[in-house]
Design a protein around this ligand. Sequence first.
Ligand code: NDP
Length: 241
Amino acid sequence: MARVALVTGGTRGIGAAISRSLKEAGYRVAANYAGNDEAANLFKDQTGIPVFKFDVSDAAACENGIKAVVDQLGPVDVLVNNAGITRDGMFHRMTFDQWSQVMRTNLDSMFTCTRPVIEGMRERGFGRIILISSVNGQKGQLGQANYSAAKAGVVGFAKSLALENANKGITVNVIAPGYIATEMVQAVPEEVLKTKILPLIPVGRLGEADEVARAVVFLAHDNAGFITGSTLTANGGQYMV
Ligand code: NDP
């Protein structure tokens, strides 16, 4: 039986590319989203991938949402915690609401989405947990104290979870993308992109969502069992760790 993969924020941007690539690789995929029904239904019609609406920052909603995934597709073997948001602003002007929205969606979601699947993975002796961080969690970024803090927190979470589950057939790895051409980045004014962002990327272009998706497929593979607790950068050479 094909393995089951759940991709949070799996209906748009990087997540949609991950969902598609995992499906092409033979997984039975569930794509989660928050509220954009139009995008989710279009994605479902185009790909045939079932979509599940629940807010990753809400623990009870995740428990129910993931139960619905398991009821429809079976236990989750591969979890991709991809859903994320930005609420940018210089810290001296940042509101607590901007801070906590990002913390809840980008960091609390590590708990809310992983906790419901981890015990089953341990019992079955197999799991792949792949967390989408960001280059800005590694190097910091003006106007993103909230986002950088949450994305750096993801890395610490991954390392502890990797240690706790290493002898249970479960790997936990992080992918830290640089600038990828999705709506999140396309919202940046073209002039800023040309003069401020592209010059920072040695490869000389934005990344493609498919390039992140292929890294997810690699880490999800049954044969990737010796890779755990690692952070794979996909940033065109912008930042090397
Ligand atoms: P998009 O904004 O294009 O897509 C975000 C997806 O996440 C959507 O499916 C959205 O659902 C979903 N989502 C947002 N909030 C929630 C929530 N509370 N609960 C459930 N789903 C939610 O994002 P990207 O593809 O650009 O980013 C994906 C990930 O990659 C994020 O974690 C981001 O931080 C990270 N990243 C992105 C980079 C980039 O250059 N784009 C660079 C580095 C990291 P809905 O459609 O319903 O809103």
